[in-house]
Design a protein around this ligand. Structure first.
Ligand SMILES: [Zn+2]
Length: 93
């Protein structure tokens, strides 16, 4: 049985509910009785790992683009960038 995480949209109270997958999601905050929203997660461990990997990947992509841009504007000589492309192991063809 999964553990669902909820967060109150009114008072910000975050809590976990141990429910079966067929059970209806909770709607009310046990603290103030206002509406809660369910947080999508499959365990905090997985969440941390996933988001960490994603942000690293995103950052490196962005960094590469930025570096490429700077290189192109700084060095308009084509032979230089060609050399750089060949040395990169990221190409799959
Ligand atoms: Zn609340």
């Amino acid at each position: 049985m999964p553990t669902y995480e909820y967060e109150c949209t009114s008072c910000g109270n975050a809590f976990e509910a141990f429910q079966s997958i067929t059970a209806k999601p909770l709607r009310k905050c046990p603290k103030c009785g206002k509406k809660v929203q369910r947080l999508i997660s499959a365990g905090s461990g997985f969440l941390f790992k996933g988001s960490g990997f994603y942000s690293t990947d995103y950052r490196s992509k962005e960094y590469q683009q930025q570096a490429k841009k700077e290189k192109e504007s700084a060095a308009p000589v084509k032979t230089d960038s060609k050399k750089e492309k060949k040395a990169k192991p990221s190409k799959k063809s």
